[in-house]
Structure formats: C-alpha cells, structure tokens
Ligand binder design. Structure first.
Ligand code: R5P
Length: 265
C-alpha cells in the first residue's frame, strides 16, 4: 500500500485498530434534519470525542472551522431527496480535484444493492475507487437501504459489504443486525464500521448494539442520530467512545453516561 493511502487510513483508524466516525451528512438528501439544522453548532462539543467527521463539501466549507484538526470523510454521492422518486438513483457529486482541495482523508458514497439502481451505484463505486486510488485516497462504501429498513438482515448486509469490498472500498459502513452480524464482518475482507440508523428508544440499547457489533468484529462506528439527536449528546459520544477504545461493557458505558449527564465526569 502506498504511503499516502496508509497515512490517510491511519488518521481514520486509530493505533488500536478502532474508530469512531461522526456523520453529519444527512442533509444531503433529508434537508435540515432535526438537531442538525446548524451542523457547526451540533458538532462543536462533540468533535473532540470523534476520530473523524463525515459530511458533504457544502457543510464542510460553510459550517466547519478550517483550523479544526479532525480528519474529514467527504460524502461524494447524492442527487436525490426524500421527496423524490427513488433515493437509490445517486450519482457522484464531487470531483477528485475538489476532494484533494478540501484535504479529505477519505470519501464515502452509498451503494444500493438489490435496488433498481444497483448497477449504477456499484459502477459509481468502482469509478470512484479508480479515481481516488490514483491519489491514495480511501473510499468508504455505505451500504444503503433507502426507506426499506427491513432489508437489514445478515444475509443482505453480508452481500452488500462483500460486493463493496470486491469493488475496491477500503472500509465499508453497514448496519448492525442482531442475528449473525459476525457473518457480515467475516465475509468482508476490509474493515467494517456500524451505522446507527434512526434514533432508538434508550441509550442502553445503543451501547448494547455497538458493544455486540464490536465483539463480532466491527472496528467501530459511523454513528450520527443516536448521538446528536439524543438529549445528552456529549454523554452519549463519550460513553460510546469507551466501548470502542476502552473495551467498556454496555453497563459500564451506561454508568459513565449517567455520570457525565450528572456533571460528575
Ligand atoms: C445517511 O444519511 C448517512 O450516510 C449517515 O452517515 C449514516 O446513515 C449514519 O448515520 P446514522 O447513525 O444517523 O444512521
């Protein structure tokens, strides 16, 4: 592997082999998402606890201080919206020159396996990988399901992750599933990070799925709404960080969460 690629990956995946990515890219198809209306404000207290942030060029340029020192994972696919016909009909939205200009450490894009636009999104991935590999920039593939959240079974996710890795993704982001998640990770030759999905009811539930996903081989998370849409985002991200980097159990993480919430840690 080339030095530049290795260096970028090492900025994202920490020395312990783990990673906590904080995504705030939701506006690229959802508009001003709840609690992300002002992305710069949302991330201000959270940034220090994240290993990288994931966002589009528009939010990066307009809402994030250029002196901040966290690596950037640039979302470079889009062209659809929640009120449009089909979320899967994405294109690549950012040139390699722009990716380099913005000093991105990686890029990410969605693939929609099994959708009407499967071929388009997968060939977009291959084309993006070709363009980015020339400059040592890793591509993180996002296995997207659009509105069909029920698709998130191990069999389907394993299929998506493997295909994304085969097409050259250096990291794959996928959903967690309760049953057989280890099969998703085991069938994927590149590191897997877990996306959070819609906000769940209790904080402990998040700690439990992150913990279980890590036990089953994920290297970390790319978790947004279950951090910044919660009542106590700083307590949430700090607790999740301990599961990822300090091997905390869900109960230990919950205890830290309560302490931070109460201003005691
Ligand atoms: C989808 O809109 C984006 O790719 C998000 O980055 C991804 O879904 C992770 O965010 P969340 O944890 O909110 O699902």
């Amino acid at each position: 592997m080339d030095w530049g690629m290795k260096n970028r990956l090492s900025r994202l995946i920490q020395a312990d082999g783990k990673a906590l990515f904080l995504p705030i890219d939701h506006g690229y198809f959802q508009g001003p998402t709840h609690k992300l209306e002002k992305p710069g404000e949302t991330i201000k207290p959270l940034l220090q606890y994240a290993d990288a942030i994931m966002l589009t060029r528009g939010v990066l340029r307009n809402c994030v201080d250029s002196a901040m020192n966290k690596p950037v994972i640039l979302r470079v696919s889009g062209g659809t919206s929640v009120v449009g016909e089909d979320l899967a009909n994405e294109a690549i939205t950012t040139s390699v020159e722009e990716i380099i200009r913005l000093n991105a450490s990686a890029v990410s894009m969605s693939v929609f396996v099994g959708s009407k636009y499967e071929h388009q999104s997968l060939t977009n991935l291959a084309t993006l990988v070709d363009a980015c590999e020339d400059y040592g920039i890793p591509v993180m593939a996002v296995t997207a399901v659009g509105r069909e959240l029920e698709k998130r079974t191990a069999r389907y996710l394993a299929l998506c992750c493997r295909i994304a890795a085969e097409l050259g993704a250096r990291v794959v982001k996928t959903y967690y599933c309760e049953e057989d998640f280890e099969k998703v990770v085991d069938g994927c030759p590149v590191p897997v990070v877990i996306a959070g999905g819609p906000k769940v009811d209790s904080q402990l539930e998040v700690f439990e799925f992150v913990y279980d996903g890590m036990q089953k081989g994920a290297i970390g998370v790319n978790l947004g709404r279950n951090i910044w849409q919660t009542e106590h985002p700083v307590a949430a991200i700090r607790a999740i960080r301990t599961i990822i980097h300090d091997n905390y159990t869900p109960e230990e993480a919950q205890s830290l969460f309560e302490q931070v919430k109460a201003g005691k840690a």
